[in-house]
Design a protein around this ligand. Structure first.
Ligand code: SAM
Length: 181
């Protein structure tokens, strides 16, 4: 086998191992939100939105990049721990989306106090951790859009059901004293 093919094989193997390692570490694979879920999530953001949007676990950038393009006035920041998806998301936004930053960081370890909107597609354990953090840090009136998984003890202002076999929920929350128990 030629050297170039070996190099490619090693690179691909390394990338797969890295994704597996981070999946085990974070507890979730970088599976992107479906096209339908993305459309619903984006449709929940008002036209001309100019606040600060945080994506907790931005994966391959398949939500962060369209979000930053559709809302050029907003400041979008995606936090992601998995190196390969993060690298791909940075390639994806190359030369565009001046309003998008993609950071290698644990969203549980950064302040979310100045977020106007938090979007996520995680898993129940991460939602519990995020719940505690949001209760501590989020300012009243800030919104959360979550694909599939609910924030425990929060009452959504709206729940969309996707027209798929699981009737996948998209939860829309607004952080107020009344909305959490
Ligand atoms: C199911 S994917 C969703 C990707 C993207 N949000 C979307 O909807 O297309 C979840 C992502 O969250 C990332 N993640 C999980 N826990 C994290 C943490 N504590 N800090 C940063 N990223 C995390 C995972 O690496 C994974 O890429």
């Amino acid at each position: 086998m030629p050297v170039a093919a070996w190099c490619l094989l090693v690179l691909l193997g390394g990338a797969v191992l890295s994704v597996v390692y981070h999946t085990l570490k974070t507890g979730i694979s970088p599976l992107p939100s479906s096209r339908r879920a993305r459309e619903v999530m984006l449709s929940e953001i008002p036209n001309g939105f100019s606040g600060r949007i945080v994506e907790a676990g931005s994966g391959w950038g398949s939500l962060a990049v369209p979000m930053a393009r559709r809302f050029p006035e907003a400041a979008v920041i995606g936090y992601e721990l998995s190196s390969v998806p993060l690298f791909c998301s940075r390639l994806r936004r190359l030369g565009r989306c001046a309003n998008l930053r993609l950071r290698r960081a644990d969203f549980l370890a950064v302040s979310l106090a100045d977020a106007d909107l938090v979007v996520c597609y995680l898993f129940p354990g991460a939602m519990r951790a995020l719940d505690a953090k949001l209760r501590r840090e989020l300012r009243p009136g800030a919104r959360v859009i979550s694909n599939t998984f609910a924030l425990p003890g929060w009452t959504p202002v709206r729940t969309h059901r996707l027209p798929d076999i699981f009737a996948t929920p998209i939860y829309i929350y607004e952080f107020t004293v009344q909305s959490i128990s």
